[in-house]
Ligand binder design. Structure first.
Ligand code: GDP
Ligand code: ZN
Length: 461
């Protein structure tokens, strides 16, 4: 494959001050040699692979220094794209990194399209499609934990599992072939039915298991939907603000603020939360009054976690009790706020209403109790069904859709065997299952799907 040399600003994750211009392709070293001057006049072509060098980027036309840099040189094929790569680490901010980029573009590189580096890794056989998508998730990952899911996937766990399942289907199909080729042996046919059912059911169970993990995967990616409820003036907005200020809000490209409610993304001790302040926007207005009973029920129903706020300096009201009623059976943390003021609330009654739910007291105005609240959030989350570690989560919506289709296809195969329909019907469904699973790892995709996928990547990846 003849590929030109591409370049882009490849900003590292996090908020590092360093920006990287990355080049990949046959001419990466030639272009680098033109613009980079190392110490004691060393040139890029002499550098050993996988080494880092200090020096300057020079505009060859004017001989002027553009930027002070560290350059990493990596010769293919032991690189991310399997091509020659150089990475120019600039630390002068966006303006100078842009200058460096313009310079390498002027001297022979082409500006990379979004996702083109990863696409090359895929095209050059370095990674499979599900790994490529994991890179994309990694770029978008909002918290450490979401990053771990993406990393696991990148290590090919999902791919390995899918491959095993496909292999099983292939072997089963091979059995069916035996039946078709040697119909004269009766027992072969019976055996085929048994094997077919047994294997298909096993594959289906494995697929369904993967589908079930997707809900958790989604939570890790999008955050636990957390709704703050409480009567007007108890401190809901103050709570939202405290959590946002204590925990750096996560910048997100998911459309956040809706018209009815305010949403913020925060990372509380590794737990990604999508906080929803139901009061939002205009203060002291009743959520039920403002957005309607139906809408507020909807917001509650979709929540993974409820933060129910009460006022320490006020007696419990009927409305408070109704709120407890409304969140029955959900994950709730009860927060009694304003403990800096004289107590009016009956804490024993609150404990009775809260039952097994954690109860935290806060004085948000004085930033008291926030640690305890964060502790409650993280222990609730980590004591629950979600465990970090060696579970393979499916969190990519395309994968989930394909797994659902595969599950359906293999169920049809199972049904037709059970109903005694001719075996070639099951064969078709099994083949379809095999193809659908293949699409997850990119073994049976067409070019346009690949293009579409990679165009979603951020630039420079
Ligand atoms: P919301 O209507 O539930 O969103 O309540 P707000 O967060 O807007 O708070 C209502 C009022 O209570 C504001 O004036 C806050 O400054 C105040 N407030 C919030 N938390 C505390 C607290 O812990 N102690 C005291 N004394 N006032 C608080
Ligand atoms: Zn408010």
């Amino acid at each position: 494959m003849e590929l030109d040399t591409i370049a882009a600003i490849s900003t590292p994750m996090g908020e590092g001050a360093i920006a990287i211009v990355r080049l990949s392709g046959d001419e990466a070293f030639d272009i680098g040699a033109k613009v980079f001057r190392g110490m004691k006049g060393t040139t890029m072509k002499e550098f050993a692979t996988h080494t880092i060098h200090y020096g300057h980027i020079i505009d060859p036309d004017t001989d002027k220094v553009v930027e002070e840099v560290m350059v990493s040189v990596m010769r293919g094929p032991k690189t991310f794209t399997r091509e020659d790569i150089i990475e120019i680490n600039c630390h002068g901010g966006l303006v100078s990194v842009n200058k460096v980029l313009q310079l390498v573009l002027k001297h022979g590189a082409r500006l990379a399209e979004p996702g083109e580096f990863t696409k090359r890794a895929f095209l050059n056989g370095r990674i499979d499609l599900s790994q490529a998508e994991a890179v994309m998730d990694l770029i978008r990952a909002k918290t450490d934990r979401a990053m771990n899911v993406a990393l696991n996937q990148m290590e090919g766990r999902l791919s390995n599992l899918i491959r095993k399942l496909r292999q099983e289907i292939l072997e089963t199909l091979a059995h069916v072939e035996v039946n078709i080729d040697y119909p004269e042996y009766d027992d072969v046919e019976e055996m085929t039915h048994t094997v077919l059912l047994e294997k298909s059911r096993h594959v289906r169970d494995e697929i369904d298991k993967l589908i079930r993990t997707s809900e958790q995967g989604k939570i890790l990616r999008e955050g636990l939907s957390t709704v703050i409820i409480g009567r007007p003036n108890v401190g809901k907005s103050s709570l939202l603000n405290s959590l946002v200020h204590e925990n750096k809000a996560i910048v997100t490209d998911i459309p956040g603020t809706t018209r009815d409610v305010i949403e913020e993304y925060v990372n509380v001790r590794g737990v990604p939360l999508r906080l929803v302040d139901t009061a939002g926007i205009r203060e002291t207005e009743d959520i039920v009054e403002r957005i309607g009973v139906e809408r507020s029920r909807q917001v509650l129903k979709e929540a993974d976690l409820i933060l129910l706020v009460l006022n320490y300096a006020d007696e419990l009201t009927h409305e408070d009790e109704q709120l407890f009623e409304a969140v029955k059976g959900m994950d709730v943390i009860v927060i009694v706020n304003k403990t800096d003021l004289p107590k009016e609330i009956d804490l024993d009654r609150v404990r009775g209403l809260a039952k097994e739910h954690p109860l935290v007291t806060t004085a948000l105005l004085e930033e008291e109790g926030i640690d305890e609240l964060e502790e409650a959030i993280s222990s609730l989350f980590f004591a629950g069904s979600i465990e970090a570690g060696d579970i393979t989560y499916v969190s990519n919506s395309r994968h989930i859709a394909l797994l659902n289709q595969a599950s359906q296809a293999i169920n049809e195969a199972i049904n037709s065997v059970e109903m005694g329909t001719p075996i070639d019907i099951a064969q078709i469904d099994l083949t379809r299952t095999w193809e659908l699973l293949g699409e997850i790892i990119g073994d049976s995709v067409n070019e346009s799907l690949i293009d579409q996928l990679f165009s979603q990547f951020c630039l420079g990846k």
